[in-house]
Design a protein around this ligand. Structure first.
Ligand code: MN
Length: 301
């Protein structure tokens, strides 16, 4: 029986993204959302080289933001707005899909060495999910000292500090680097939170953290205690108020109804709405058949 205050361990599902092994932490059957966070793919560390590279051809998104954060390696982003940017350690890529965008993600030419990172999706609130698409890259994100470590604020707010990344609802994503064996993370009690071990080792609220696992902390906590942390341990903290809107996720779309999904799929199939990713050399991803509902097809990320 778990102790009061213990975190709920939700092991990721090992799967693949265009041939690259990944661990899907969200959505899972036992947990679809943490605040507005509706998707989390953890990849690596894996050795990129001639035999293995990330190559996700152009594919569409609606109703969400994608947040890409790397611990090592690089990923090239190109989209239908013409934005071209490399996600690399310390530089956040944030894409607001809103009404519709298409993008590709791939290892840059000649990339070699370890690739390690995470891609997250934020479900946009109903009032803003049809905004015009946009893309941002943020280097030099704000950092704050927390007891026993430092936090880099990727998106949202933590400890009174706010990330410059565009956000549409209250939320947090922060990378924590431990500098001491014991640490305490300040939490917003109105948020539900989850923690992911990215590198190193630590216990959270007495539970030894495993890799490729989402630890759900629920809501109502003012802090999260870490101990036994090895130097250089890195963790991802996610949170936000419980997302009360009922969303429908299918492939790379976050919507509210099956009709919206069908319309977005048809627009992608017919070359409408999403534009072209001109920088990508090669064919785009076809949408899966709608007949595969109600089992949602694997997102292309
Ligand atoms: Mn994508």
């Amino acid at each position: 029986m778990s102790r009061p205050g213990a975190l709920e361990a939700l092991p990721g599902r090992a799967t693949e993204l265009e041939g690259v092994p990944i661990s899907r932490l969200l959505p899972r059957s036992r947990r679809r959302l943490v605040g507005p966070w509706c998707f989390a793919d953890l990849y690596g560390p894996l050795e990129v080289g001639p035999g293995l590279r990330m190559d996700v051809p152009p594919h569409p998104h609606i109703g969400l933001q994608t947040v890409s954060w790397l611990l090592s390696g690089e990923l090239q982003h190109d989209d239908s707005l013409g934005a071209s940017a490399v996600a690399s350690p310390g530089a956040l890529n944030l894409m607001t899909a809103g009404a519709g965008i298409a993008h590709s993600e791939q290892s840059p030419p000649g990339a070699a060495g370890p690739l390690h990172g995470i891609q997250l999706w934020v479900a946009l609130p109903d009032a803003q999910r049809h905004v015009a698409p946009s893309f941002e890259r943020h280097a030099g994100l704000p950092e704050i000292a927390v007891e026993g470590g430092r936090a880099t604020l990727l998106v949202g707010e933590l400890g009174g500090l706010r990330s410059p990344a565009r956000a549409f609802s209250p939320l947090v994503a922060a990378e924590i680097r431990l500098t001491a064996a014991r640490a305490a993370l300040p939490l917003e009690p109105g948020f539900e939170h989850a923690l992911v071990l990215l590198a190193g080792s630590a216990h959270a609220e007495g539970t030894p953290l495993q890799a490729h696992t989402l630890y759900y902390a629920g809501e109502g906590r003012r802090e999260l205690l870490l101990d036994g942390g090895s130097p250089g341990t890195r963790l991802l903290l996610l949170g936000g108020p419980r997302f009360e809107e009922r969303i429908l996720m299918w492939w790379n779309f976050v919507a509210r109804s099956a009709d919206e999904i069908a319309a977005a799929r048809e627009d992608w199939h017919s070359g409408r709405r999403f534009g072209e990713v001109a920088a990508y050399a090669g064919p785009r991803l076809p949408a899966p058949p709608l007949a595969s509902r109600p089992v949602p097809p694997t997102p292309a990320s």
